[in-house]
Ligand binder design. Structure first.
Ligand SMILES: *Cc1c(COP(=O)(O)O)cnc(C)c1O
Length: 488
């Protein structure tokens, strides 16, 4: 499988690259992204053939089906990272919560959020490629809470890769901060930044673009890669769990092969939803992908009206912070797939220069063939959390946004799969609030909820409060470069 570019080729970069090249240097011509040249089709026989496969065999087979240029032995070791999840035979359990509604819990990995599903195997693959090529890479991450811990966790002690992770000091939950600052490995650097997430992210962008910084890296023979979902190496693992959830429903006798389902995805950067789109395009019987947002509902506007307009918006902080995003990177890959490179380049440049773009009626119709969308505010999410808690199911605020879509967007009586992207333990003060208790400390909220609902807090979270703090650096924006260069 070769990869091509969403905004076309600039005549300098190669016309096509392999999977390994696309993941080592993920930035394409004109600021675009890499996408597979085509999506291999999965017929019903493919699904039937995997009725009795465990997760890892399905995943290995799918990756080979995609014909990526990574040796099977490397893929096998990468996938064995799932052995460390709660249930090694099935890292992503499906839980029935309504007669026609199933939650696929994507958060049973080491950092208790769905980013582990892709980042765990991805980290091993990237480090192995770097070693094979005898190259050294730096991964830089700016995080508001979930990407940071999952990126640090996957690369810790991995040869030929260093990670520098920036977080807004005071802008994450206790659990998220502890997950970062207690990581103990020589190849990891965690820096608190005085400012909010936007400041942190902008500082990172400026740094990555600065010639000065590039020269520092070059002098040390270090290349830059990325571990956010602009990297296709993450997306490919996000196709697999959607296929698995469908097969799981068949296995449990809830549907027959070929029967359509709704899939609801709480979205931010649209990586999870893009994985679902590729699965649908490959032939997985999905009626529609329902995109759930919080009040930062730029994706709702895009899908319902064909409008992507940042000029009238300001980022609002919500109880589902991992979805507090206005510039959603993977939307670009959908537009490339539907409208082609030339049009995608025009639209994305309009977004960059004018802060907005508008789809034509025809384009909007094409988008709505696969997607529908709605959004939920914090109050709605609190109500959903408390309603399901009464029935004995505790969910996090990101997952709760899906229930607006569940209640309003389904016009056919089809089974529905909801993607749950984080465990409640990661956002326990918000969950406690929904349950009627105002608790600001994570440790207290964890205790309150686990007592009241008779739940165990996983040791990965419990230990955070006892582990020694390894990263104490909190600096002004201006000092970040100095800190990183010191670390290198
Ligand atoms: C990252 C994240 C999301 C958003 O996923 P995208 O793939 O960026 O759309 C949703 N919920 C949680 C908990 C996350 O960590």
């Amino acid at each position: 499988m070769q990869f091509i570019e969403t905004r076309g080729n600039d005549g300098i970069k190669p016309n096509e690259v392999s999977f390994s090249e696309a993941i080592l240097s993920p930035s394409a011509s004109f600021g675009g992204l890499y996408v597979p040249k085509y999506i291999p089709l999965l017929g019903h026989s493919y699904l039937e053939g995997h009725l009795f496969s465990d997760y890892k065999s399905l995943a290995l087979d799918y990756l080979q089906w995609f014909e990526i240029d990574i040796e099977p032995e490397v893929l096998e070791v990468a996938l064995s990272r799932y052995d460390g999840f709660d249930d090694s035979s099935n890292p992503v359990p499906l839980v029935k919560i309504e007669e026609d509604c199933y939650v696929v819990e994507l958060y049973h990995g080491p950092t208790r959020a769905f980013k582990d599903m892709a980042l765990q195997p991805f980290g091993y693959i990237l480090s192995t490629l770097a070693q094979q090529k005898k190259e050294n890479y730096l991964i830089m991450a700016a995080t508001s809470g979930d990407t940071g811990p999952a990126t640090l966790e996957t690369f810790k002690n991995q040869p030929n890769v260093k990670v520098a992770c920036l977080y807004p000091d005071g802008g994450t939950s206790d659990v998220q901060r502890l997950q970062m600052v207690t990581e103990d490995a020589d190849n990891l650097k965690v820096i608190g930044v005085k400012g909010n997430f936007d400041d942190t992210q902008n500082t990172l962008k400026t740094l990555l673009a600065s010639e000065d910084f590039k020269a520092e890296l070059q002098a040390r023979n270090i290349k830059l890669s990325a571990a956010n979902s602009v990297n296709f190496g993450r997306i490919i693992f996000q196709i697999i769990y959607h296929i698995h959830a469908y097969i799981e429903l068949v296995r449990e006798g809830q549907i027959v092969i070929g029967e359509k389902v709704y899939l609801i995805v709480p979205s931010g950067n649209f990586g999870n939803a893009l994985g679902a789109y590729y699965a649908k395009k490959a032939g997985l019987p999905i009626e529609k992908i329902l995109i759930a947002s919080n009040v930062n509902n730029v994706l709702t506007d895009w899908i319902l009206r064909g409008v992507y307009d940042l000029t009238t918006r300001e980022l609002v902080q919500t109880e589902s912070p991992a979805m507090d995003i206005l510039k959603s990177s993977n939307v670009e890959r959908i537009m490339f797939d539907k409208f082609g490179a030339e049009r995608t380049k025009v639209l994305m440049e309009s977004l960059e220069n004018e802060g907005k773009y508008f789809l034509s009626d025809k384009e909007l119709t094409m988008l709505q063939e696969d997607f529908d969308a709605s959004y939920a505010d914090d109050q709605f999410c609190e109500m959903v959390i408390s309603q399901y808690a009464k029935k004995g199911y505790i969910m996090d605020p990101h997952t709760a946004t899906c229930f607006q879509a569940y209640q309003t967007l389904r016009d056919k009586p089809l089974k529905t799969i909801v993607c749950s992207t984080a465990e409640w333990t990661k956002f326990s003060p918000s969950v406690a609030k929904a349950l009627g208790e105002n608790i600001t400390q994570d440790s207290e909220a964890l205790h309150f909820i686990s007592q009241k609902y008779n739940l165990t807090v996983p040791s990965a979270i419990e230990w955070l409060f006892k582990k020694p703090i390894k990263h104490t650096v909190v600096v002004e924006k201006e000092k970040i470069k100095e800190e990183i260069v010191k670390f290198l």
